[in-house]
Design a protein around this ligand. Structure first.
Ligand code: ADP
Length: 258
C-alpha cells in the first residue's frame, strides 16, 4: 500500500490524472486502515474495563453467596461467559494486528522438530484428558527461518483442534516432511471431518461447522483464521482436506531457509 506512482504524477495528461487518482485512492485506503485499527484498539480497550469490573463483581458475589448451589451455578456461568468475551476480544485484536502486519515479526533460525515437540508437549494435558494420543513422525531436515512464538501458536491451534474433534481413545498424527525446498507439516485426526463445501471456509473468522454445539464447547471461531494469517506471514500456506474413511488433515507448507 505504501506504493505511490511518482513517475507520472506531475504530468498534465491522462497518465498524470490516472497516477494522481491512484495515489489518492492509496492514501484513502491507508487512512481507512489506520482508522479501522484505532477503532478496534479503542473498542477493545473500552470493553476490557467493564469486563474487568464484571470479573471482580462476580468473584465478590461468589465469596458472599454461601452454599446456595443454584446461585453458584448462575455465577459460574457468568464467569465462563466473561472469560469467553475476554478471549474473544484478545483474538479479534490478534487477528487484526496480523492482517495489517502490525506484529513485530522476528525471524530466527528454527529447529522445527524441537518446536513441534514442544507444542505437542503443551497439548498433552488436553489430549490425555480426552484419552487421545499425539504421534509425531518426522523426516524433516532443512532449516527454517521463522517467528517461533507465532509459528508455535498456529501449529498449536491446529493440533488442539485435531484433539478437540477426535473421538476419545484415537490417535492424532503429526507428520513433518521435506518436499521440493518446502517443509510440509500435516496434522491428521480421525474425527468427523468437515462437509466438503465448508473446507475453505474453515479459515474465515468466526466460522464454525455446527454453530450451537461448538459455541458451548468453547473456542472463539478465530483460531484457524489467526493460524492462517500467521502462516501467510511466513510465506507459507495452510489447507484442510477430509481423510478416508473419516477425519480431517490440515497441511501447513513453509519455505525452507536458503
Ligand atoms: P474454534 O475456536 O471454534 O475451534 P477454529 O477457527 O479453530 O475455531 O475452527 C473453526 C471451525 O472449524 C471449528 O469450529 C470446527 O467447526 C472446524 N474444525 C476445525 N478443526 C477441525 C477438525 N480437526 N475436525 C473437524 N472440524 C474442525
Amino acid at each position: 500500500l505504501s506504493t505511490r506512482i511518482t513517475r507520472f504524477a506531475q504530468r498534465s495528461d491522462e497518465f498524470g490524472a490516472l497516477a494522481r487518482s491512484f495515489n489518492n485512492m492509496a492514501e484513502q485506503l491507508e487512512s481507512n486502515i489506520t482508522a479501522h485499527q484505532r477503532l478496534l484498539a479503542d473498542v477493545s480497550h473500552e470493553l476490557r474495563s467493564p469486563l474487568t469490573r464484571l470479573q471482580l463483581a462476580v468473584a465478590l458475589a461468589e465469596k458472599n453467596i454461601g452454599n446456595d448451589s443454584e446461585q453458584q451455578k448462575h455465577l459460574r456461568r457468568c464467569e465462563t461467559e466473561v472469560e469467553r468475551l475476554d478471549e474473544m476480544i484478545a483474538d479479534v485484536l490478534t487477528l487484526s494486528r496480523l492482517e495489517h502486519n502490525q506484529n513485530a515479526f522476528t525471524a530466527d533460525d528454527i529447529d522445527l522438530n524441537t518446536l513441534v515437540e514442544q507444542v505437542i508437549d503443551d497439548c498433552q494435558y488436553f489430549a490425555s484428558s480426552k484419552k487421545v494420543t499425539i504421534e509425531l513422525i518426522s523426516t524433516v531436515n532443512c532449516p527454517l527461518l521463522a517467528d517461533s512464538k507465532l509459528l508455535a501458536s498456529a501449529i498449536s491451534n491446529v493440533i488442539n483442534n485435531a484433539v478437540k474433534y477426535s473421538p476419545s481413545g484415537q490417535v492424532v498424527t503429526v507428520e513433518l516432511n521435506n518436499h521440493n525446498e518446502k517443509i510440509l507439516l500435516s496434522v491428521a485426526d480421525t474425527g468427523s471431518g468437515v462437509p466438503v463445501d465448508m473446507l475453505e471456509k474453515l479459515f474465515s473468522p468466526f466460522f464454525r461447522v455446527a454453530d450451537g454445539r461448538e459455541r458451548r464447547s468453547g473456542g472463539t471461531g478465530l483460531g484457524l483464521a489467526i493460524a492462517q494469517q500467521a502462516i501467510l506471514l511466513h510465506q507459507g500456506s495452510i489447507v484442510a482436506h477430509n481423510r478416508q474413511p473419516n477425519g480431517l488433515k490440515v497441511t501447513i507448507t513453509l519455505p525452507c531457509k536458503h
